[in-house]
Design a protein around this ligand. Structure first.
Ligand code: 13P
Length: 255
């Protein structure tokens, strides 16, 4: 019912030429798997060329950020209407944006609403820091972040979006959460959705895990019932490892 998703967050990597090359390589390696949704989130300057080049390839495209206003004096920002037609998804509230660029629960909520108003599917990121984790605050932090991000959204809007649990201590560190822990926190996210909007919404909403996922650990992570996919950083920059992760995820669904 919830289609598994392997989402590659390329972050600030890849020139246009490199992005086109990577997409072509992935397409060749994966073949025509349709049981897993493949989402590529390149730097925004690559969206238009990728859109033109990947026609006929089984990729959805996502931006890595957007502003909440439609237009205006916001130098360097990109608005949801500008992304419409180029991207299907937009990552919102990635921890790097929260930590390095001052994003708050409030701006995450504004961006989520603006994305939805422009037919973009938000991939809303939540996650606790190492200090918060060590102080035993994970449940409180994740609950607060999810509730704030989704405030004011309808049940239909919530079940259309994607939530990614990315513990900050696992991002780019090579130290992934254990499959069990990742599964538990994604289960917590699902229970928050249940409390906010009831069982059907909780059952329909896709929840991803992100943080040092790679071909070695994706199988165990995907076995967790509340995990519907991964938001992949480093391992999505290499066609072979991303393709492998798509294939491992597709295995239980094929034939
Ligand atoms: P890594 O897979 O490199 O840890 O990055 C995870 C991430 O931040 C994806 O958004």
């Amino acid at each position: 019912m919830r289609k598994p998703m392997m989402a590659g967050n390329w972050k600030m990597n890849m020139t246009v030429a490199e992005a086109l090359d990577l997409a072509r390589q992935i397409n060749q390696l994966v073949g025509d798997t349709t049981v897993v949704e493949q989402l590529l989130c390149p730097p925004s300057v690559c969206l238009h060329p990728l859109k033109a080049t990947t026609t006929g390839m089984p990729f959805a495209l996502g931006a890595q950020n957007c502003h909440w206003q439609d237009s205006g004096a916001f130098t360097g920002e990109i608005s949801p209407p500008m992304l419409r037609g180029l991207a299907d998804y937009v990552i919102i509230g990635h921890s790097e944006r929260r930590q390095l660029f001052g994003e708050t629960d409030e701006t995450v909520n504004k961006k989520t609403r603006a994305a939805l108003a422009n037919q973009l599917i938000p991939v809303v990121c939540v996650g606790e820091s190492l200090e918060q984790n060590e102080r035993g605050e994970t449940t409180a932090i994740i609950t607060a972040q999810v509730q704030a991000a989704l405030e004011g959204l309808s049940a239909d809007q919530v079940q259309s979006l994607v939530i990614a649990y990315e513990p900050i201590w696992a991002i780019g560190t090579g130290r992934a959460a254990t499959a069990q822990t990742a599964g538990e926190i994604c289960g917590l996210v699902r229970s928050i959705l249940h409390d906010m909007h009831g069982a059907p919404v909780a059952a329909a909403t896709r929840i991803l895990y992100g943080g040092s996922t790679k071909p070695d650990n994706i199988g165990a992570i995907m076995e967790q019932p509340d995990i519907d996919g991964a938001l992949i950083g480093g391992a999505s920059l290499e066609a072979g490892s991303y393709a492998e992760m798509v294939k491992i995820t597709a295995e239980p669904y094929s034939g």
